[in-house]
Design a binder for this molecule. Structure first.
Ligand code: P6P
Length: 323
């Protein structure tokens, strides 16, 4: 096999130099996070800091560390003006002269660190709205997903892979420890249109609306013609579940429910980047009624219901939600 294309080389020929600088800096930070995740058991970074984040969730030591690493690396890329993270209450100015802002879930699914399940970094990049030379503010981040310039994730699993789009399809880059770099390993990733996997926390079924329960029942009916029952696969790590579904096809669902009126997952740094990527791969993403990328954000840490994945399955779920 010829020498695979490096991520930095790919970006040079597929996007502008300012955006490439942000993405390369982000990837450098993900290299450090990958090493920490892979050695978590050998150093005192498993477990919690004893704090809770802005969501009131227990902060894992690695959440905190990952957040600090990404802020440092992105500050070093002079083109990244502002930073929003699940771990920070407000937005942070990194470089007043920067062109882009980034919303990040530094380590999604981190409660899985202790059980060695796949976890990941999710990111979404837009152009700033404030002028160069100014501090960033919330309005820079209250942009619909349709304004995204780049989005994707790094998955820390059996291998470390950065999966991203800059608006022309989706490509995956696997980390090679020997060369300490990311190489194109999954060119032109496309979401299989017909999926046979559904991913949700079925333990919450009693809390779901009847329409969602009816969709789950549809997924479990025996019907050879439509390859049902589908298989239930749920890791409890959005990056892990979506990466599998991107490759094999399927739908991931985190609906609104009696306990979580707007679902659990955050719009700006989980649902928009994953929806942007999924659409770029030919899939579909909605809150059950409207396209995720058309939702106008009004709060930094707002949540949304999400139905995301193979088009045929998201269409079917929406049919049930329309009643
Ligand atoms: P539940 C991890 O905490 C996370 O934010 C996502 O990665 C994951 O899909 C979801 O929450 C799991 O939530 O309620 O099923 O444990």
């Amino acid at each position: 096999m010829g020498k695979a294309v490096k991520l930095s080389e790919f970006l040079q020929s597929n996007t502008n130099i300012e955006l490439a600088s942000v993405l390369v800096s982000l990837a450098e930070g993900c290299k450090i996070i990958a090493r920490l995740v892979n050695n978590a058991g050998l150093s005192d970074i498993i477990g919690t800091t004893g704090d809770t984040n802005v969501q009131g969730e227990t902060v894992q030591k690695l959440d905190d560390l990952s957040n600090k690493i990404l802020m440092d690396y992105l500050r070093a890329s002079e083109t990244c003006a502002g930073y929003l993270s699940e771990e920070n209450e407000g937005v942070v100015t990194l470089n007043t002269g920067g062109k882009y802002i980034i919303s990040v879930d530094p380590l999604d699914g981190s409660s899985n660190i202790d059980v060695c399940a796949p976890i990941g970094t999710i990111f979404n990049i837009c152009e700033r709205l404030t002028k160069a030379g100014e501090e960033v503010n919330n309005d820079d981040f209250f942009q619909k997903g349709t304004t995204t310039k780049a989005g994707g994730y790094a998955i820390y699993g059996s291998s470390t892979i950065v999966v991203l789009s800059t608006g022309n399809g989706v490509n995956g880059f696997t980390y090679g420890a020997e060369e300490n770099d990311f190489f194109l390993s999954h060119p032109n990733m496309t979401m299989p249109e017909k999926g046979k996997i559904y991913s949700l926390n079925q333990g919450n079924a009693a809390k779901f609306d009847e329409s969602v329960q009816n969709f789950i029942a549809y997924c479990t009916v025996v019907d050879k013609e439509t390859s049902r029952p589908y298989s239930l696969r749920y890791i409890g790590s959005m990056v892990g579940d979506l990466h599998r579904n991107l490759i094999k096809g399927g739908i991931f669902v985190y609906p609104a429910n009696k306990g979580e009126k707007k679902g659990k997952l955050r719009l700006l740094y989980e649902c928009i980047p994953m929806s942007y990527l999924t659409e770029q791969a030919g899939g579909k993403a909605s809150d059950g009624h409207q396209r995720i990328l058309d939702i106008q954000p009004v709060e930094l840490h707002e949540r949304t219901a999400i139905f995301i994945g193979s088009k045929n399955l998201v269409d079917k779920a929406e049919e049930f939600l329309r009643g």
